[in-house]
Design a binder for this molecule. Sequence first.
Ligand SMILES: [Zn+2]
Length: 108
Amino acid sequence: MRCPVCDSRAKDITPSGYRGLSVRCIVDGDYDIDRQCHEALLSLDPSGRHTVLNAAILTVAPGSRPRITAATFVRCRLEIRSAHRTPPYADATKWPTRSLGEANDRNR
Ligand SMILES: [Zn+2]
């Protein structure tokens, strides 16, 4: 199989009973992907996939495999957006441009 994160050669090491995918990648090491996150992960570009995997690695308990879960995506959302800002948001000085009052007006 191919690593869902980096597309390198990888091995499926999913233990029986885990409803997801466990991957052993020569680049990324071992990690788990919950089934409901698999498609969302593949829909990201390579940089976004690594952002998600890194977030899973940062919160893993010692001795456990990092696991990409829905919570990992929630935690990453802002980071992914800021890493992939497209113009005009690429310029950080233009973000955000509206004052709080204007934002409230828009929501009325
Ligand atoms: Zn990989």
